[in-house]
Design a protein around this ligand. Structure first.
Ligand code: KDG
Length: 338
């Protein structure tokens, strides 16, 4: 009897704190993650952010929700990077090339002709070297989760078909805000003009610039074919995107929440690479169908381009550190011996 009375008393005392399951669920607001990106929603970048969001919501049972904000509505890459560092925005995906002002080791990925194919890119980026570069972001207030594929970059312009290096002479070419891209295209004879991606279409449309360079996917999804006549296939550099989180925000998450985000980032990376490659395989034919005049830079001219750009590598090696440069070259040599 005494035991039953005691239990009843404890239950009665606890009553005010017991929250019915339904009310409990309503009381916990989902954690909202603002995820900014620069291309439009229909692009390979936009599709991959959607996949990331779906994974996060499913794995967290709705407790974490990603608000995907595209078309540089939260500003260009550099502005979003600062917002993450300050903790005013949770996540973004953008070019590694625009990160070199924050983490100099990111310049490794700007190296012209570094990768011969996507297999090499995946092996290096997803291996110890790629992780080492991501880790350098930590003391700058950013967490690099995974690399996505922007892709091999190609040249478009409105002045002339580029069949030999001399055809680059005097072309006002928009480049990313990055010293290697600036120096590379200056050394090729172009008048290189750094601009954020968000200003590129209007700069082409108003003829503030004559041309630009980007992967086929971006040329298609950003409708550059509407304002560009000539497309020259150069594959002059493989360009990664990187999925970033604010370290201020990330450090406040539980280990379970961090694992959900990292797992979703890896799943979206695998989706994005396949989606991007499938789209790129068809993009060239689509761009021709849209009226672009397409040519392949002849092999002899591509060799001249590599030769002309080779001196840039010494500057990159000094910038990223000779040890990291040598490790990357050695790993690439190993992969190519397989
Ligand atoms: O957010 C968009 C940019 O990060 C990306 O597309 C970079 O390739 C790029 C460019 O040309 O700016």
């Amino acid at each position: 009897m005494l035991r039953r009375t005691l239990l009843a008393a404890i239950a009665a005392a606890a009553l005010p704190f017991a929250v019915p399951p339904a009310a409990h669920a309503q009381d916990i607001k989902p954690r909202i993650i603002r995820f900014g990106y620069g291309l439009n929603e229909q692009s390979n970048q936009g599709r991959a952010v959607k996949v990331f969001a779906e994974h996060v919501e499913k794995a967290s049972g709705g407790k974490m929700r990603v608000r995907a904000i595209g078309a540089a509505a939260l500003g260009p890459d550099t502005q979003m990077q600062q917002a993450l560092i300050g903790g005013a925005q949770e996540m973004m995906v953008g070019s590694t090339a625009t990160l070199v002002g924050i983490t100099k080791e990111m310049a490794l990925w700007d190296t012209p002709f570094l990768f011969n194919n996507v297999q090499e890119a995946d092996a290096i980026l997803d291996g110890p070297i790629g992780q080492k570069v991501l880790d350098r972001l930590q003391d700058k207030g950013l967490v690099g989760l995974v690399y996505w594929e922007n892709g091999f970059r190609n040249l478009t312009n409105n002045r002339r078909a580029v069949n030999r290096l001399e055809d680059m002479e005097g072309i006002k070419l928009r480049v990313m805000q990055n010293p290697v891209y600036l120096d590379s295209f200056k050394s090729l004879g172009a008048n290189a003009i750094p601009l954020p991606f968000s200003e590129l279409f209007s700069a082409l449309e108003t003829k503030a610039v004559d041309g630009q360079e980007n992967p086929f996917n971006t040329i298609l999804s950003s409708k550059f074919f509407e304002v560009q006549k000539y497309l020259t296939v150069t594959n002059h550099v493989y360009s990664p995107w990187v999925v970033l989180a604010s370290k201020k925000w990330w450090d406040g998450l539980s280990k379970d929440e961090q694992k959900i985000l990292l797992d979703a980032a890896k799943a979206s990376r695998d989706f994005e690479r396949k989606d991007t490659r499938d789209e790129a395989a068809k993009a060239l034919a689509e761009l021709k169908a849209k009226g672009m005049e397409v040519n392949e830079l002849p092999a002899a001219e591509a060799a001249r381009m590599r030769e002309r750009l080779a001196p840039i590598n010494a500057g990159i090696a000094a910038n990223v550190g000779q040890a990291l440069w040598d490790e990357t070259q050695a790993e690439l040599a190993r992969l190519r011996r397989k």
